[in-house]
Design a protein around this ligand. Sequence first.
Ligand code: XMP
Length: 503
Amino acid sequence: MVVVLDFGSQYTRLIARRLRELRAFSLILPGDTPWEEIAKHRPQAIILSGGPRSVYEEDAPRPDPRLWEAGLPLLGICYGMQLLAQAYGGKVERAGRAEYGKALLTAHEGPLFRGLGGEVQVWMSHQDAVTELPPGFKVAARTEENPVAAIEGKDGRTFGVQFHPEVAHTPKGMQILENFLEVAGVRRDWTPEHILEELLRGVQERVGGERVLLAVSGGVDSSTLALLLAKSGVDHLAVFVDHGLLRLGEREEVEGALRALGVNLLVVDAKARFLKALKGVEDPEEKRRRIGHTFVEVFQEVARSQGPFRFLAQGTLYPDVIESAGEKGAAKIKSHHNVGGLPEDLGFELLEPFRLLFKDEVRELALLLGLPDPLRLRHPFPGPGLAVRILGEVTEERLEILRRADDLFTSLLKEWGLYDQVAQALAVLTPLRSVGVAGDERRYGHVLALRAVTTEDFMTADWARLPLEFLDEAARRITQKVPEVGRVVYDITAKPPATIEWE
Ligand code: XMP
């Protein structure tokens, strides 16, 4: 396994993901983690991430100095390379000119660049540079601008690269990382099959003959978790609360798929209860609060009537639990809100089998466990469901309109082969009405907004450049088939400043 020490780079998670894509298990630890803590994981190699600081600053973040004597293969990236150069006796200074963006390695050599051929495009983003090599080190790559774009120590297992091999703008970056793993002799057994085996064993050991309760929402994480529990053979109950804020046919789809795969599923019809709780409520936060509250009530009732349960399983993912340099001092673990925010004092022990996995890995597991594609490849859907896509009061009538419009939009995206090209697509029913004509009649219809975004991590997002012909057809089809909608608009706001959802 590889430990990635985080010094605050925005790309640290990407480094860990890339290593996993290369089937090497990797964990992110804060840059200043004590050596004992690092050693506990028995890493076969260490990667030092980039970071926003300068190594010559007094209080710049640094690793535990015992790292430098540990004799493990090291790869320093950007700030990581500068740390490494400084620690072994080199010199780092502010470069004459900052280097941002694409650059070409005009010369490169050594095991890190094996198999790369001529000039190699890389992505640079730095102001500081190594101006004096540490004793025994040599230059392994250079660019026009930068005579020290990569360095190699004399043991042939210590490397620094000034550029970012982990980003897509370094097209051969994966090869460079793979070369490092090769040289370092890192085991490459992090395959979906292996992950599944480990998880099954882990769940069986931890749960034994006890009972596990979990909430499924229809999303990939909770569905895959339910399948994992079913496959592990432990005594489980998966509760699917139908809050009436689901999309068209969603409940039936989830029910059918999970039952067929052996999940012990209980569907609770709580539509009336949620609608009652939402009656007359227009404020977005109040809606969320009431939905969360009602959810917990319903869930607790089930837990009581079906119990006792020792464990509550949750689909928490690795990005929710990484404590990175940028987040230090802040809350350690962000509570994820997949199940509508269950309070932690329900009296269960938490079972979080996915807490070391990235989303893509859960999707791979889902495939192995047989989750049908429409569920596996589905866009994320918020816990409070369509309620946060209806601006103003949520009523059965408005839900019905939105459900049909949303289904038409999504189906059309699939028809056009666009569904998988956007990260999330949704329809929003606004509280506005506008005047239109249908035939000879004046119509006063609802204004419906369509939104589709592209994003890697849902923290920032761009609006999807859907073809105009597609938007044209979507507007026609929706106004035709959902006559209550009189006007369709497309949301062209990025996040930030907007959020993905409208509420
Ligand atoms: P925003 O609207 O904040 O959304 O840009 C980012 C992502 O989070 C989803 N989202 C939620 N998911 N419970 C959830 O489980 C929620 O309350 C919630 N609010 C937003 C949203 O759909 C998007 O994918």
